[in-house]
Design a protein around this ligand. Sequence first.
Ligand code: SF4
Length: 449
Amino acid sequence: MKNIAPQLPAEQYEKNFAELHPPFTYNSALIEANRCLYCYDSPCMKACPTHIDISTFIKKIASENLLGSAKTILQSNWVALTCAKACPVKVLCEGACVYNNKDEKPIEIGRLQRFAIDNYFAKGMPPLFRKAKKKGKTIGIVGSGPAGLACGAELAILGYDVTIYESSDIPGGLNTWGIAPYKLRREDSLKEVELVKSFGVEIKTGVMIGKTIQVDELLKKHDAVFLGVGLGESPQLSLPGEELSGVIGALEFIEKVKTENWKNVQVGKKVAVIGAGNTSIDAATESKRLGAEQVFILYRRSNIEMSAYDFEYDLAKKDGIVFHFLTSPKKIIGDKFVEGIECIKMKLGEPDIKGKRKPVPITGSEFILPVDMVIKAIGQETKSNFLNSISGLTIDDEGCVVVDQESYQTTNPKIFAGGDCINGGKEVVNAAHDGKRAAHGIDKYLTNK
Ligand code: SF4
């Protein structure tokens, strides 16, 4: 990179990456829990993809039964700490809270969930669940992200021997490597990994399925296989200059930030992030918090069409990120290093097949934005090459594995799948739900229920 932002003092990094939402104190949690109306129809519970019994866990906090509260939460969601901290609660449970209809602040469900689960981990994960009698069958799980962990934990409780195969040396998948540290620290994700291991689930790290071991071998070794492989790389922009030093994929960048070795993560003085989804916002705000002087988000449509949540957009604006809407990159400029990005202004034309208005370039509106770094954040591709190599699977036009919506069984009866590899990229909480449901699909399959 030509112009690298200078390192910050260590305490500045800590400040910049401090948690966005600090934990409740004991008293403040009780006060908040006592505000809950324990609605009989719990719209909050319906809005949660894992259907946590929210009013019950909050009631247990109010009555100071914190372990009981944690049990209620974990019964529905094995990665409840990650979800408490990283879920878009404003559009899920808290967005559905009846207090919104009264023009009052909704119950802070995410922070209360965190309060109960933090206490559970602080108490050393006392046993809350009884495992079923051993079934004498083994399940192989590919990927230790939220779907794999949830599936593994549930299967272990159901009496199965479970081995999770993880390509990285540190397990946890997206929870460990893909969530901005001011939302979730790596240590939080690793606590959930330890919880799953405490049920007897074995996690083999550094194992690349398809290279170190083939899926066929897993199918011979195990009675069923669950695929929770997530998504792959950021797609190519196919722009001239993409090979220059200073161009990086958003996930690769976020992974570096997640090492928490912040002083060694290089960031340009001026950064352009291409795309306007939630990952783009993470990459942009992380760049700013690492010391970048100016960070731009370039998006070819307007703020109405962007996929980032409103609260993410607000966070980015608070961090001083500059948005260039209706702007498309044409060329990355530089000799060896990125020196700028040539953009063209767009206008919105007719809607495409998905109903999104198509951006149309405005002739002669090109301009150059001087930047030192370009972060590609235009989504992620599925691991379609890997998935296509597995016999008997059906892969749809989007590159996702086709599964039965109830059992999560693929068109290869011995293989089940869940999480981003079946939906193309949703929230952690969706993956946690898929993993748990798939565990029951596997149980049904193996017990001929
Ligand atoms: Fe409590 Fe709000 Fe859920 Fe009602 S909707 S049970 S008030 S959190």
